[in-house]
Design a protein around this ligand. Structure first.
Ligand code: ACO
Length: 155
């Protein structure tokens, strides 16, 4: 969305994730977020192809540092066509991460607000996300409010 480009420092540009972003520190960046061990290029390609085979579902946007051509931020919007709400579409924001050396420059809020705008443009009637307590002030600044609680089951 244009809102992500407005006011963005000339040091960075924004684009969708590319199939070649494994070599632009995509997994190194994701390791800031959670356990994200390195993967083989063939596995990365398979993940990318899977994403592309699900039309209108995965929207992964990245901020790229022009001087290094490395990813400094990433964020995902997933869309879910529901049976409730007359077949409405819900948006899920996932895996928001800004590289530690680039945090505090406003990229995180720009990413989340941009994904919200993207969701609105795609017709999502809501956008939801899960986060730990410590991140709630950040998401409140992005316009989110507390609703319900998260429950989890890991296999
Ligand atoms: N606690 C309180 N306030 C915060 C926090 C925090 N942890 N992080 C940012 N803020 C505030 C900033 O102070 C700023 O406020 P201001 O506008 O009043 O100055 C505002 O939120 C926007 O900050 P940004 O500079 O845009 O935030 P940044 O680019 O540093 O990105 C992020 C924030 C994404 C949380 C980053 O710190 C990060 O990548 N952390 C590690 C990974 C992570 O926890 N990601 C979120 C997981 S939840 C999910 O993905 C759905």
């Amino acid at each position: 969305p244009q809102s992500m480009r407005d006011g963005l420092s000339a040091e960075y540009h924004i684009r969708p994730l590319a199939s070649t972003d494994l070599m632009r520190s995509h997994f190194h960046l994701l390791a800031t977020l959670t356990t994200s061990p390195p993967i083989a290029p063939s596995v990365y390609a398979a993940l990318f192809n899977h994403m592309k085979s699900c039309p209108s579902t995965y929207y992964i946007l990245v901020f790229v540092e022009r001087s290094t051509d490395q990813l400094v931020a990433s964020g995902t919007l997933l869309t879910e066509r529901k049976h409730v709400r007359g077949g409405g579409v819900a948006g899920h924001i996932e895996d928001i991460v800004v590289s530690p050396s680039t945090q505090g420059q406003g990229l995180g809020i720009k990413m989340v607000n941009g994904l919200k705008d993207l969701a609105a443009g795609l017709g999502c009637y809501k956008v939801i996300l899960d986060c730990v307590e410590a991140k709630t002030p950040f998401y409140e600044k992005c316009g989110f409010f507390r609703k319900g609680i998260q429950m989890a089951h890991y296999s």
